[in-house]
Structure formats: structure tokens, C-alpha cells
Ligand binder design. Structure first.
Ligand code: UDP
Ligand code: LCN
Length: 816
């Protein structure tokens, strides 16, 4: 295929490209503008091109030409006759915009702003032409932040920041003074750490390090810090360098080497050891957030699992670090969520709850206060915005009281938690990390352009505004995969889709976020390995659940927990588990199974999802899916081959359930239309279950297709059904095949997806970015002021359009 010369932009090469096939192009553009104003996606551009160039060889020639390449890299095009404006994405994160005249095929490069105006013309021409329409440009504030330039480096921010720190501190000792000032500022409850004013310049500190290192060499390696603490304090050193002579010497050596010639490796090593983080606040606001009986409810899925596992991993890692720093302090972690008085039998009405498997971590629940008292009922994440500002104030007061001071690090989760975290971090001047889990914008096609239509249902105007505020406030952004930031070759990333977008009539975001910003970091979560472990670890198995799992899978009755039954229980089980959202596509999987005779003859289908009575669901999407499931079971006569089990809330039993499915030599399927990460995928793989997961989103990165599992295309059910059937046929012919895929899946997990790897990475981020924000404080301040104005003038007004729920009298919690 033809490619562009490196130096050329699309706009430069387009005229030549058009000339190459001028005859066809004239016809093609005439076709594009035939229907007047419209937005065309790549699939529309291609199918109309195919109608014009109907000869197959000519079409292939065209696709191999430069123009074919340009067209293939186009994401969408806006037709405003006689012009067609193209949004072209040659590589992840890189965009170009051009305008082609259909009359003479003349080409002009245009800015992102102009392209957005073209889009707006489709829905609100007056606003598009209004010179004073509100434009938001967060990029304008990034005057001193360096950014990456290579697509493949995206998501590796901490390495880049370490490099940049090295070059900033390079060039003589006075350049290293900001580092000394930073070390001087470190303290725990007003008690100084690392150094005191005796060594307040880089020169003094450097000399003191030489003296200290010489002294340390005379001591046995394991000498405790207390034994030489007094002498070191006289030289100006405080606690925090290490717990033994050897550890202190290593830390001092890294710093000496930084003073001598700063390099990124020492920089990362040194900051990983600096005692910066003891108290962490994690916000996960919407409910239900609890440790038991909440999973599978609408809005209550992987985020809860992620946050709880994250706390355990953080606490373990903090305890190790604090010990190695030679300090005698206790870490403190608070997960802050909303208190739901009408808790429906969960503990979501409890204000303070210790986190299981930790010693120093708690869930703090703060109610949504309204003029008429505390809001008793659950509120969908889409309707939550009116409560957040007051919640932030109340939560902040409580946190400061419980922690007896400010936290060192705040981490937000999802739009609501990220907004609250941003508000609190900005008010108190604390390092902020944010985690989206899933940004809604890319889940719905053209959700920005169609915001007015979708707003009554989803309040996307609030959500996208809150998301851009949080992204820009954060010091670092944690993502689970690369695709979350910058997508894949063909599909823009979730963050990338916020680079430039427009909400016509409201605001034009000409620069929302830059995916090349070094704040982006990939740190993938793991699965709790005390719950999700391989089916072959016989002695660890939770056998106490076997009778209830036997009943769950194989009994022949229909009840409120399961419907349908499995006639031939000797067949392997194809298993899936998810909330019953449309996007999870459990109904899709059911339909592929229903249609595929070969698959039906090879395996049974078991799905855990939602519940069975659509009239009882408060969630719009869930109710529609329930109805569809019943319809499909009827249409394909699935009784006898399908078991539909209601949402399961017991994690331990679920772990054993995956393993029992593995015992049948079954497989797990994750058929989502789009999945941000997909915790069930790594849970299943941890249990040794061969896994088929959607190629749309995070799972495509978790699994190496055909090696550690398989990718399936949710938009091509026939192909996916056959791929699963081929696997089971192959296992029938060669049982070793199942073992091989199971083992390779486990290897993949141990190499890349564990909580230990995660906690180490994220706490290093907390340390490095705390210094980084200090170094860039002028720019940070300017940006924060801009964000505050945007919040006050825009977001607060948008919130007024979101209806609030009535404060209803509290119902008695239901018996479970
Ligand atoms: N889950 C559960 N019971 C259910 C459905 C899901 O316990 O009925 C758990 C599942 O084991 C996983 C989480 O909920 O830990 C779902 O996370 P995932 O990332 O797959 O999807 P999300 O729901 O966050 O979109
Ligand atoms: C939200 C999602 O939609 C999932 O894809 C993730 O696995 C989960 O959060 C945890 O990050």
C-alpha cells in the first residue's frame, strides 16, 4: 500500500493523490455530496466509494493508491456541499483535518476548530457561525509542559517525567536546588523527614552525603537506623532514608549520583524511596459501594472490585515501604463513597466500615445532603451531578477530621469520583490521580454532536464537562490499557476522543486533553489471587460451595435464582457473567449460541446476569435486556441447553464457580460490544479458564489472540460462534489443547496483571508527580484558575438542568 513521505502532511499529499485517480474521485465526491449535509463514517465513505468504483480490480488499485490510504485512515467526514471535510487519523493520537471541494477537487488543510465548526453546521448553523460561541482550550495553558511525540510512548508518562526531571536538574548544583527545597518540605505530622535546615542547599547536602556514606561504610549492613540516628541528625539528616545502614547508603548513593549527573533511572529509584505518601483518599462516589451483596447491581460492577482490591494492594505496599524507610508510622487509606440510607440489605448505610484484609483502611460513607434532609435512595450515576458539590464539602470536613490533617494523595474513580477528587485536591493543594474505568463518551456514537437529544436521559453535557475538568486537574491519570488512552490503529481511544469535540449550542472544546501529555500512565489491575486461583490448585479449592454450585448449575427447577436447565450435563460449559447492560451483550452471546447448531451440539451455555422480571428493574437498559433474553430463549428453543442465573454477589463462590466451569473443560466468553477493561476476563484467566473476549476495547490487549486466549468480534456473531465451536471441537479431538490455552492464559496474567505490579507503579507515580507538580507550580496554578472559572460558569449551570430525586420517607430494608 502507498504511504506518505515522512515530511508530508495529508493536506500536502492530497492534491497529488486526487490527481492519481481524478476520474473516479470526481464521481466519488459527487456521490458524497448527493444527499446534502451529513456526517459520514468510514464505513459510509467506503460503501459509497464501492458503488462508484464497481470494478473489483480498479477498486483494489484505488485502495492501494495514496488516496486509498488517506481514505482508510479517515475517521469521519462532514459533508457541507460543495465541500467535504475529513478528520484523518494516520496514527494513534495524530489527527489532521482537510477540506476538499467536490467541484474542482481542490484541497485545503484546516484546523481542528474549523473542522468542529463544520460538524456544528449539521445541527446548529447559527451557533456554528457565531464568532463568540464558547470555545474551551485547555491546551493553551500547557505552555511549559513537554509532551511526548511518539504514539508508542503514550501511557509511559512516569518514565518520560523522570527523563525530563533529569534534564531539568542537569547543569550545576544550583539547578538541583528545587529538589533540596522539596526534600526540606517533607514531613509527617509536622515532624521533619529526610533533611533539616542544616543542609538547605544542594552544595551542603552533597557534602553531607559524602560524609554520611563514608560513615555508613564502617557499619555492618544490617545496623538499624536508630543506632546512628543521633549522629546523622547533627549532620542535618532526618528519618526516612532507610531502616538499615545498607538501605540508607543505597538511597544516599542514588541522590549523590543525581547530584553528580542526573539520570532517569536513579531519579525513579530515588523517588520510589522518598517518604511522600502515607495517607491516601480514594473517591468512588456512586453506589452501591460495599464489600458484600452489591455486585451485579446497576452501576455496581468492576469499579467496586477494583477499588477494594486496590486498597489492599496499596496498604501492603505502603507497609513495606514505610518499614524500609525506617519510619514508625501507620498508613491510612479512606475509600470515600456516598451513604445510602435505603441500603436494601447492604452495608451502604454504615458511615465507617473497615476494609476486609487490611489494618488501616476504611470505607467512609457520607450522605447526599439536600434542603429536605439526606437523600435516602440510590441514584443512577447519570443523575448524580446535583449532589456532588455539597458532598465534596461534607466529605472533605470528615476526611480532615478522621485523618487529623490533609491526605498526601487523592485518587478519583469514574466521572463523579474524579470531579469530587479534583475539587478537593484543588482546594487543599494535594497531588491528584484520576481513573476513569470507562469514559461514557465513546460508548454512544456521536454522543457529543447529539448531546441535546441524549441529555434528558444521560446528562452527557454534565458528564463530558466533568470529565474534561478532572482530566485537566489531575497530576497523573491511571489507565488499565493503552487503548483507553489512544485506542488502536483503527479506533480512537477513550481519552483521545476528548482531544477536540463539540457540544453544539453549548461549547466547542478545541483542546480538551492531549494524549501525549506525560501525565498518562498505564497500570493494569489484577484479580484477588486468594479468590481467583487456578482450578488445578486442588488443596485450595473452596469445596464448601460445591453443593450450592451444583444446585446453581444443574438443578432442574426454575426459581428466583435461576431459570432454564442443562439436559446433557456431560457437555463442557460455555460461561459468561456480567451486569445486564446492553453494552455487555449477554443477549448477543445467547443469540450466537441459539443460531449455531455446531456450538449447541458441543457445549451448554450458562450466563450469570441481572434477574428475570423486567417490571422490577429500575434501570432502563436492564429492563430491555431482560425482555430480550426471554424472547431469545423462546425463539431458539434454548430450554435444556441454557441456564440463566441471576446476578451473583458472593465473590468467593464466584471464584469457585469459574473453577467448576473449568472442571467441565469449559470456557469463558466476554462478548461486550465495548469493554473498557473487563475484570471478568482476568478473573476467568486466573482460574485457568480458556477465555474468548471481545476485540472491542481492553480485552483485546489483555489476551494475545490464539495464544493466551481468543478475541471475538461482537459485531460478527456467526464468526465468533464458529471460533468458539472450533475451539471446543479441537479440544474434543485433542484434550491437551485445553490445558495449553489454560496455562498460557495464566502465564499472561502472572507477567502483566497482578495487584503487586500495580501498587508499586501507582505509588511511584504518587511520589514522582508530587515533585513534578511542585516544579511546574506556576503553570499548574494558571491552569487551575482556568478550570475553576470553567467549573463555576459552565458546570454549575449545567447541573441546574439535572432533576433531583425526591427525598422520600425511608423504606425498611428488604429481607434478603
Ligand atoms: N460480577 C459479580 N456478579 C455479577 C456480575 C458481575 O460479582 O452478577 C463481578 C465480576 O466478577 C467482576 C465485576 O463484577 O468482578 C465486573 O467487572 P467488569 O470489569 O467485568 O465489568 P463492569 O461491571 O465493571 O463494567
Ligand atoms: C468499568 C468497566 O466498564 C470495566 O471494563 C472495568 O474492568 C472496570 O470498570 C474496572 O476498571
Amino acid at each position: 500500500m502507498a504511504a506518505l513521505k515522512r515530511s508530508e502532511s495529508m493536506a500536502d499529499s492530497m492534491p497529488d493523490a486526487l490527481r492519481e485517480s481524478r476520474y473516479h474521485m470526481k464521481k466519488c465526491f459527487a456521490k458524497y455530496i448527493e444527499q446534502g449535509k451529513r456526517l459520514m463514517k468510514l464505513r459510509h465513505l467506503m460503501s459509497e466509494m464501492e458503488k462508484v468504483i464497481d470494478d473489483k480490480t480498479e477498486r483494489e488499485q484505488f485502495l492501494n493508491s495514496l488516496l486509498g490510504y488517506i481514505l482508510c485512515t479517515t475517521q469521519e467526514a462532514v459533508v457541507i456541499p460543495p465541500y467535504v471535510a475529513f478528520a484523518i487519523r494516520p496514527n494513534p493520537g495524530f489527527w489532521e483535518f482537510i477540506k476538499v471541494s467536490s467541484t474542482d477537487l481542490s484541497v485545503e488543510g484546516i484546523t481542528a476548530t474549523d473542522y468542529l465548526k463544520y460538524k456544528e453546521m449539521l445541527v446548529d448553523e447559527d451557533w456554528a457561525k457565531d464568532e463568540n460561541a464558547l470555545e474551551v482550550d485547555f491546551g493553551a495553558m500547557d505552555f511549559s509542559t513537554p509532551s511526548l511525540t511518539v504514539s508508542s510512548s503514550i501511557g509511559n508518562g512516569i518514565n518520560f517525567v523522570s527523563k525530563f526531571l533529569s534534564s531539568k536538574l542537569h547543569g550545576g548544583l544550583q539547578k538541583a536546588q528545587p529538589l533540596v527545597d522539596y526534600l526540606l518540605s517533607l514531613n509527617y505530622h509536622e515532624e521533619k523527614l529526610m533533611i533539616n535546615e542544616t543542609i538547605n542547599t544542594a552544595a551542603k547536602l552533597q557534602s553531607a552525603l559524602i560524609v554520611a556514606e563514608a560513615a555508613l561504610l564502617t557499619l555492618p549492613k544490617d545496623t538499624p537506623y536508630q543506632d546512628f540516628e543521633q549522629r546523622f541528625r547533627q549532620w542535618g539528616f532526618e528519618k526516612g532514608w532507610g531502616d538499615t545502614a545498607e538501605r540508607v547508603r543505597e538511597t544516599m548513593r542514588s541522590l549523590s549520583e543525581i547530584f553528580q549527573a542526573p539520570d532517569p533511572l536513579n531519579m525513579e529509584k530515588f523517588f520510589g524511596r522518598v517518604p511522600t505518601v502515607f495517607k491516601v483518599v480514594l473517591f468512588s462516589v456512586h453506589g452501591y459501594f460495599g464489600q458484600s451483596d452489591v455486585l451485579g447491581l446497576p452501576d455496581t460492577g468492576g469499579q467496586v472490585v477494583y477499588v477494594l482490591d486496590q486498597v489492599v494492594a496499596f496498604e501492603e505496599e505502603l507497609l513495606v515501604r514505610i518499614k524500609q524507610q525506617g519510619l514508625n508510622v501507620k498508613p491510612q487509606i479512606l475509600v470515600v463513597t456516598r451513604l445510602i440510607p435505603d441500603a436494601k440489605g447492604t452495608k451502604c448505610n454504615q458511615a465507617l466500615e473497615p476494609v476486609a484484609n487490611t489494618k488501616h483502611s476504611n470505607i467512609l460513607r457520607v450522605p447526599f445532603r439536600t434542603e429536605n434532609g439526606d437523600l435516602p435512595q440510590w441514584v443512577s450515576r447519570f443523575d448524580i451531578y446535583p449532589y456532588l458539590e455539597r458532598f465534596t464539602q461534607d466529605a472533605t470536613d470528615k476526611i480532615l477530621e478522621i485523618m487529623e490533617g490533609k491526605p498526601d494523595l487523592i485518587i478519583g474513580n469514574y466521572t463523579d469520583g474524579n470531579l469530587v477528587a479534583s475539587l478537593m485536591a484543588s482546594k487543599l493543594g494535594i497531588t491528584l490521580g484520576t481513573i476513569a474505568h470507562a469514559l461514557e463518551k465513546t460508548k454512544y456514537e456521536d454522543s457529543d454532536l447529539k448531546w441535546k437529544e441524549l441529555d434528558p436521559k444521560y446528562h452527557f453535557s454534565c458528564q463530558f464537562t466533568a470529565d474534561t475538568i478532572a482530566m485537566n486537574s489531575s497530576d497523573f491519570i491511571i489507565t488499565s490499557t493503552y487503548q483507553e488512552i489512544a485506542g488502536s490503529k483503527d479506533r480512537p481511544g477513550q481519552y483521545e476522543s476528548h482531544a477536540a469535540f463539540t457540544l453544539p449550542g453549548l461549547c466547542r472544546v478545541v483542546s480538551g486533553i492531549n494524549v501525549f501529555d506525560p501525565k498518562f500512565n498505564i497500570a493494569a489491575p489484577g484479580a484477588d489471587q486468594s479468590v481467583y486461583f487456578p482450578c488445578t490448585d486442588r488443596q485450595k479449592r473452596f469445596t464448601k460451595f460445591h453443593p450450592s454450585i451444583e444446585e446453581l448449575l444443574f438443578s432442574k427447577v426454575d426459581n428466583i435464582e435461576h431459570i432454564g436447565y442443562l439436559e446433557d450435563r456431560k457437555k463442557p460449559i460455555l460461561f459468561s457473567m456480567a451486569r445486564l447492560d446492553i453494552v455487555k451483550n449477554i443477549s448477543g452471546l445467547t443469540e450466537w449460541y441459539g443460531k449455531n447448531k455446531r456450538l449447541r451440539s458441543l457445549v451448554n451455555l450458562v450466563v450469570v446476569a441481572g434477574f428475570f422480571d423486567p417490571t422490577k428493574s429500575k434501570d432502563r437498559e436492564e429492563a430491555a435486556e431482560i425482555k430480550k433474553m426471554h424472547m431469545l430463549i423462546e425463539k431458539y428453543q434454548l430450554k435444556g441447553q441454557i441456564r440463566w442465573i441471576a446476578a451473583q454477589t458472593d465473590r468467593q463462590r464466584n471464584g469457585e464457580l469459574y473453577r467448576c466451569i473449568a472442571d467441565t473443560k469449559g470456557a469463558f466468553a466476554q462478548p461486550a460490544l465495548y469493554e473498557a477493561f473487563g475484570l471478568t476476563v482476568i478473573e476467568a484467566m486466573n482460574c485457568g479458564l480458556p477465555t474468548f473476549a471481545t476485540n472491542q476495547g481492553g480485552p483485546a490487549e489483555i489476551i494475545v489472540d490464539g495464544v493466551s486466549g481468543f478475541h471475538i468480534d461482537p459485531n460478527n456473531g456467526d464468526e465468533s460462534g464458529n471460533k468458539i465451536a472450533d475451539f471446543f471441537q479441537k479440544c474434543k479431538d485433542d484434550p491437551e489443547h485445553w490445558n495449553k490455552i489454560s496455562k498460557l492464559g495464566l502465564n499472561r496474567i502472572y507477567e502483566c496483571y497482578t495487584w503487586k505490579i500495580y501498587a508499586n507503579k501507582v505509588l511511584n507515580m504518587g511520589c514522582v508527580y508530587s515533585f513534578w507538580r511542585q516544579l511546574n507550580k506556576d503553570q499548574k496554578h494558571a491552569k487551575q484558575r482556568y478550570i475553576q472559572m470553567f467549573y463555576n460558569l459552565q458546570f454549575r449551570n449545567l447541573v441546574k438542568n439535572v432533576p433531583t430525586s425526591r427525598v422520600e420517607p425511608q423504606q425498611q430494608p428488604k429481607e434478603k
